[in-house]
Ligand binder design. Structure first.
Ligand code: ZN
Length: 285
């Protein structure tokens, strides 16, 4: 069985920590480098439900996409919810390791998994890394749909192919517009509209599209927008990461058992569809 330090060295080769954004907090949150690892759980969010799943599974390592602590802290006391996660993990000898924007940027990265879930043929990164001569690393991905489809059809198709969430998929644009090319970005992608416009794609699918960036993008050009739940756009990465770790385990004869958490940790849990309004007197200005 490999030591945690050996497994982490392999993860760092897949997703080099130097590739993370300067504001990010990637790497090992807790864990003994000399501890043996045989079972790994991969998840998007290091929340209590996932920590408890790792313990119930007998995992030695929990690998998550989102950091537990993004900013500095002065306590890991169990009176805080993040400290409770740390206590739960340490008490049961579960290490926590984070691959966040370094996994976004990698080849393959988080948006490759999203593109794969949508059946896109990836043609390159949306915002390529200037220091990658091969032009494969970077944030987001550009791709072609398996066949042209209307925005209405693509929204339904995406909702069916991504894991189920309360939000589903929102869309903006002419429902009958025919789409051939799509940019995707797992997670919050509304800072990438310049790159999306430069790419000249028919549609952009990401998460957390806020009012102003979305409204301005729609005013700018007839670009179709699709907004999925943040968790749903990143969850496909978990299976991709587990498969990468399985391949490494086979190569080194580690015999690791990898698992993907199916816990839906998107914070939104309900969705009500607006009904026809008798009048709009109560509508906000
Ligand atoms: Zn995210």
């Amino acid at each position: 069985m490999p030591a945690l330090s050996e497994v982490i060295a392999a993860l760092d080769a897949l997703w080099p920590p130097a590739g993370a954004e300067s504001w990010d907090a990637v790497g090992t949150v807790c864990g003994d480098p000399e501890a043996e690892v045989s079972r790994v759980l991969v998840a998007v969010d290091p929340v209590r439900e996932v920590a408890e799943e790792a313990v119930a599974l007998g995992a030695d390592l929990l690998l998550t996409h989102h950091p537990l602590y993004l900013r500095g802290t002065t306590t890991v006391g169990a009176h805080t919810f993040k400290g409770r996660v740390v206590h739960t993990l340490i008490k049961h000898d579960v290490a926590l390791h984070v691959a966040h924007t370094n996994a976004d940027r990698a080849d393959p990265g988080v948006s490759d998994a999203l593109a794969g879930a949508l059946g896109l043929r990836v043609t390159g990164p949306l915002a390529p890394d200037p220091d990658d001569p091969a032009g494969r690393r970077g944030i987001g991905r550009l791709g072609e749909l398996p066949e042209p489809m209307s925005l209405a059809a693509f929204a339904q198709y995406a909702a069916e192919r991504l894991p189920a969430t309360a939000q589903g998929v929102r869309a903006a644009g002419d429902p009958d517009a025919v789409l051939r090319t799509v940019a995707v970005c797992g997670g919050s992608g509304d800072g990438l509209f310049d790159a999306v416009r430069a790419a000249g794609v028919d549609a952009y699918l990401t998460a957390d599209l806020r009012h102003h960036p979305a409204s301005e993008a729609r005013e700018h050009a007839p670009l179709a927008l699709l907004d999925a739940a943040h968790w749903a756009t990143e969850w496909p990465w978990c299976a991709q990461a587990a498969a990468q770790l399985d391949a490494i385990s086979d190569r080194y004869g580690w015999d690791l058992r990898t698992h993907v958490s199916r816990a839906v940790t998107d914070p939104w849990t309900a969705h009500a569809t607006s009904g026809p309004h008798p009048d709009h007197s109560g509508a906000p200005n």
